[in-house]
Design a protein around this ligand. Sequence first.
Ligand code: GDP
Length: 528
Amino acid sequence: MPELPAPIARRRTFAIISHPDAGKTTLTEKLLLFGGAIQMAGAVKARGEQRRAHSDWMKVERERGISVASSVMTFDYEGCTFNLLDTPGHEDFSEDTYRTLTAVDSAVMVLDAARGIEAQTLKLFEVCRLRDIPIITFVNKMDREARDPFETLDEVEQTLALEVTPASWPIGMGKGFLGCYDLFDDRLILLARSKGEVPDAGDPCQGLDDPKLDEQLPGHAVESLREQVEMARGLCPEFDLEAYRGGHMTPVFFGSALNNFGVREVLKGLISVAPPPRPQPTAAGPIEPQEKTTTGFVFKIQANMDPKHRDRIAFMRLASGHFKRGMKMKHVRSGKTLTIHTPVQFMAQDREVAEEAWPGDIIGIPNHGNLRIGDALTDGADITFTGIPSFAPEMLQKARPDDPMKAKHLGRALQQIAEEGAARVFKPRIGADWVVGVVGALQFEVLADRIRTEYGIPVHFEPTTLYTARWLEADDHLKLKRFIDANSTAIADDHDNAPVFMARNAWHLDRASDDNPDIRFLKTKEQV
Ligand code: GDP
């Protein structure tokens, strides 16, 4: 592989995957603290241990400011530029979460030391696996009663079918958690010295036999550290960069994000082993980041980021080239040229105008709705990025404004939300209601909350008897038209005016597709 130009080589674009409450927010704060991007950890209010009421999380996250508002957090540390992409981490997640993972080069998987792999960790991991995204594991909350580290390693290996190798080893746990031995860098890192804003970097050691360990740790702790590491080394393969980069092996760090412990080691791990911007898949094969042509793809749209403006921001990941402010780029889908005057860069909580950006970077492009998820921009030949998923809406409900006079406004709000990719919106040919399709039930609550707060339209969702929606396609337009005309009570249009079949039940769908072999009933509409 040819060497990457320095500005590309030093970029690390990653996401944190975890189950709610494992400590993603806490770890994010500490990472930003290291990067000097926020002044004081804990400036953000601690959240109660209890599960919050569903409708609460948006408000809570809004107050906290860093989770939702900053979908991208850029910070520098020891010569690297990190782009941390937020994967919304509530109990029930949306397509955005998945798509965000199409824009990262690696991930940090945070596990609660007492709980190990939980439902959402697993779902997100599966998305990472589809794209062979390399994963660094951080076992958090070692300051609490935790599982035996061997048990955790074993669970990761078994459940995820991933080779594991310890990158650090914990010394005790819970109240008796003293620190870790950094196996990558041969250092003793003590919890007692890690308090405060800039934790101690640890004491370099000459391996585990170094008498320093005996001086600094109680006898039983050193003994079991030596014993356990020896055992772990016997059981686990050595770290193998290629296996990690290919998504087959994960190095495991132990720590406590709350105590700012182990966080530096994760960052160092990202610097030393995590991949710089990877080639991105396109219809014509992968595009290398160092190619001259500047290209990027939109993976997320966010409307109303700034309550004063109704504009939306398209998040574009740069795939290749070198972007400069004011650059003209062709919007491949429309064929139009855009001049990007005010690309937004996300520095932790702030937004700034980006003067330039390199592959791996995310820039926000303010627009009025012309940019969509999956869209490609280029200053060269046309390009189509692949692998940006679109999901079958599995749950369908009617959206109704509390005030019937607001129906038109609601229609506009739903249209915007559909363009953002946050939900599917269908307008049945017959009837006045809008039907909204989502992949997780909680999304209805989230949407109702958004429509109320961002668009000022009180709205409620009502169950329907609909089973599912299928996009209709056919090579023969006449046949398609005939089918649509004959089934108009079951036809709706999506926000792009594409025809959709709304099936009442599985039988209805099966019969329609059996009777019409020339028509394709598609579960998802390709973004590209
Ligand atoms: P998220 O839902 O994954 O973003 O989790 P949070 O970062 O909000 O953490 C969930 C809870 O666990 C909060 O109350 C944190 O203070 C707490 N927490 C996070 N990291 C640690 C840790 O290392 N040790 C302990 N004891 N608590 C932690």
